[in-house]
Design a protein around this ligand. Structure first.
Ligand code: ZN
Length: 480
């Protein structure tokens, strides 16, 4: 058992308070909680005066000098090299740019599980952008009643340092939290990835604990080391046998070092605070799983590379309701990336990168009625997938997907029935309609592979058009 019984009492009273004050707010929140999707962002961006300008300047590559450095447009001007389009949404690197009208709702989405300021910013940085987003996040968290009412306990000074694990599930820390409304929570944290497991239970006996761990270990395997405190369920001989049979080294916090299970205890505190924050809005079970999904899918500074616990534990991002914010082509998953590699290997596809001075065709968005590709020359590579391209006397910024090698055969007239999406090419002064500003796939596309065609990586799926060797149907079910 955790020794934090005073914390439990505090938490319980907080949760009771919130169950009352939160219910009314919870109702209103539900109506506004319909998730914002990429489609909505695209539509609202077109009505947004600022983003219309950004769109115009980005497609033309012609940014006027910005005199007012504090203006909103100046934020985008400073980042112009990292702006591009995916499925007609404006992207800042991998983040979708949010129009003013949707900022509040997007903030609400990201704040769903009440992550603190730091984690909320990290989450935002993997998804969305607008000028002053960091400040808006700070203001939102500071003005959130639930967040304020469950302030963080002062972190105990942890002198004990466990060896740094080199793989997931090598060492796990376990501790009980609760009871909260009669329910205990067995909290298990993987020391490597910080992937948490939290199992509600009404009984905390050795038998109950073993039953929970047996299930968990069936799923993830036996850890090499299990760290617990000296709770009676962990000190029994039956528990020792359970560990010994599985070759698990059971390490209990030595009496002279009560903080050595600090990892689990800190997390127990995080769990308790998070459940407390959600309690007014959700029932306890829902709150738990909202929290778990959010925690596992939020970039974590204590997890290797600052990636999400999910990435470090199961090797991929997990899809959450926040993924609706991004255009579908933007969301990669490791399986698809593997398939793509395989496909590229089999079909000899090269990744598209261009050399300085290379002659290319450039996507021309200036006039809707003319051919959409014109000759240009690569002037400079300015990012993983972005290039400066000289076209006549001007310089445009283009994504690799908006470029083609000039020796590649280009066919402009493509029958409509070969197209996956309706082609609408924006003019420089007017935002296009909701479909992608793509040219159709060229007709000289090779025969479609028997295996499902690859979804491309995050970088290469900024599709506005396809090189001849790829076949991709953005609307095809199997991609999603
Ligand atoms: Zn909050």
């Amino acid at each position: 058992m955790s020794s934090n019984s005073h914390n439990n009492a505090l938490l319980k009273s907080l949760m009771q308070n919130m169950a009352i004050s939160g219910s009314r707010a919870g109702y209103t929140a539900k109506l506004e909680q319909l998730p914002v999707t990429a489609d909505m962002i695209r539509a609202e961006s077109k009505k947004d005066p600022l983003l219309s300008q950004v769109y115009k300047y980005t497609v033309s590559g012609l940014w006027p000098p910005i005199t007012d450095k504090s203006s909103q447009i100046s934020f985008f001007h400073n980042r112009r090299d990292q702006l591009s389009f995916v499925a007609d949404c404006i992207m800042f690197n991998d983040r979708i740019v949010i129009p003013s009208s949707l900022k509040a709702r997007v903030l609400k989405m990201i704040h769903r599980a009440h992550p603190g300021i730091v984690r909320m910013k990290q989450l935002a940085r993997s998804l969305v952008y607008w000028p002053s987003i960091d400040k808006d996040i700070e203001n939102m968290v500071r003005s959130c009643d639930q967040c304020a009412s469950v302030a963080k306990n002062p972190i105990k000074n942890t002198l004990c340092s466990w060896p740094i694990p080199t793989a997931p599930w090598q060492r796990v820390h376990a501790d009980y939290a609760g009871p909260l409304d009669g329910t205990y929570y067995l909290v298990v944290v993987d020391a490597f990835s910080k992937w948490p497991e939290v199992v509600p239970t009404t009984s905390i006996t050795t038998t109950a604990t073993i039953n929970i761990l047996r299930k968990m270990f069936a799923q993830f395997g036996d850890p090499e080391t299990l760290v617990t405190d000296n709770g009676t369920q962990f000190t029994s001989s039956v528990f020792e046998t359970f560990c010994k049979d599985r070759g698990i080294t059971h390490s209990r916090s030595p009496p002279f070092h009560p903080q050595s299970n600090g990892q689990a205890e800190r997390f127990v505190d995080t769990v308790k605070r998070s459940l407390g924050k959600l309690k007014g809005e959700e029932n306890a079970d829902t709150a738990l799983y909202v929290f778990l999904q959010s925690y596992r899918s939020t970039p974590c500074t204590a997890s290797p590379n600052g990636s999400t616990p999910a990435e470090n534990f199961i090797g991929r991002k997990i899809r959450t309701f926040l993924d609706q914010l991004l255009p579908k082509d933007q969301i990669p998953n490791s399986h698809d990336i593997e398939m793509e590699k395989q496909f590229n290997k089999q079909h000899g596809a090269r990744s598209r990168s261009y050399q300085v001075g290379e002659k290319v065709y450039v996507k021309d968005y200036r006039n809707i009625n003319t051919a959409t590709w014109i000759p240009g020359t690569i002037q400079k590579r300015i990012g993983q997938t972005l290039y400066r391209v000289t076209v006549n006397d001007t310089v445009w910024t283009r994504h690799a997907n908006q470029l083609r090698r000039r020796e590649a055969p280009i066919q402009f007239d493509v029958p409509l029935d070969t197209m996956d999406t309706i082609d609408v090419t924006p003019t420089a002064t007017q935002l296009p309609s909701s479909s992608t500003p793509s040219t159709p796939s060229p007709v000289n596309t090779p025969a479609k592979p028997k295996t499902p065609p690859p979804k491309q990586t995050r970088k290469s799926t900024r599709i506005t058009n396809q090189p001849p060797r790829f076949v991709m149907k953005p609307n095809q079910k199997s991609y999603h």
